[in-house]
Design a protein around this ligand. Structure first.
Ligand SMILES: CC(C)(COP(=O)(O)OP(=O)(O)OC[C@H]1O[C@@H](n2cnc3c(N)ncnc32)[C@H](O)[C@@H]1OP(=O)(O)O)[C@@H](O)C(=O)NCCC(=O)NCCS
Length: 179
């Protein structure tokens, strides 16, 4: 009998860049995944996604392109912290780093490697562009998650950046990793 070859099922979701058209859906995911104190406005996300130095990506359903998870990020100076509700400052000409501002995954998809896929995708893009470091502010007790991906706590000394860090509340921690 002739053997039938069965094609594997297509992936249910795919990584793609975020656009201004994703803001409403992004806010929906943010509402579900973040406590009220950390939620940011439609206007600030729209401005971030419109700026030239952002590199945000998301995971969208292959069926209808609906956003299921997002990673909002930009190129920045090392040691710079985007304050809560703040815009993405332009990076320096040299020595820019990958700054991960915010990541969130719909609870339905939790634990399936979606966040790690988004982070891995962006870290690989940064390495291809010879970016040497990535940084972020860990909130909502996510430090162990980032540690497992190689990030370590980094003490900030600049008073302005420390002020920006404090805008996320007492549990926020600045972390970085070499790429
Ligand atoms: C944190 C978050 C992005 C992880 O998304 P995810 O797609 O479920 O993560 P992955 O599937 O890639 O990884 C899952 C692993 O990370 C672990 N993990 C998830 N959140 C964690 C946390 N806050 N602390 C420690 N580990 C965590 C899981 O236990 C799991 O471990 P396992 O592989 O040993 O089972 C998601 O839980 C989320 O959207 N949280 C709300 C928003 C948030 O707090 N974002 C981070 C702010 S800096």
């Amino acid at each position: 009998m002739e053997r039938m070859s069965i094609a594997p099922p297509p992936p249910a979701w795919a990584v793609r860049p975020l656009t201004a058209g994703d803001v409403d859906r992004l806010l929906h995911i943010q509402t579900i995944t973040y406590g009220t104190g950390l939620q940011e406005s439609r206007d600030v996300f729209a401005r971030r996604l419109a700026c030239a130095h952002q590199c945000s990506i998301g995971i969208a359903s292959q069926r209808d392109d609906r956003l299921l998870a997002y990673l909002v990020a930009c190129w920045a100076a090392f040691g710079h912290v985007t304050p809560l509700h703040g815009d993405f400052d332009a990076p320096p000409e040299r020595g820019r780093v990958l700054y991960i501002h915010d990541i969130a995954v719909l609870p339905d998809l939790a634990g399936q490697g979606v966040a790690q896929r988004l982070i891995g995708h962006l870290l690989a893009q940064a390495r291809r562009q010879h970016v040497r470091q990535a940084a972020l502010v860990a909130v909502q007790g996510s430090m162990p998650f980032w540690r497992r991906l190689g990030f370590a706590e980094h003490t900030l000394t600049n008073a302005t950046e420390l002020g920006h860090l404090r805008s996320y509340g007492p549990g926020a921690v600045f972390m970085s990793t070499a790429l």
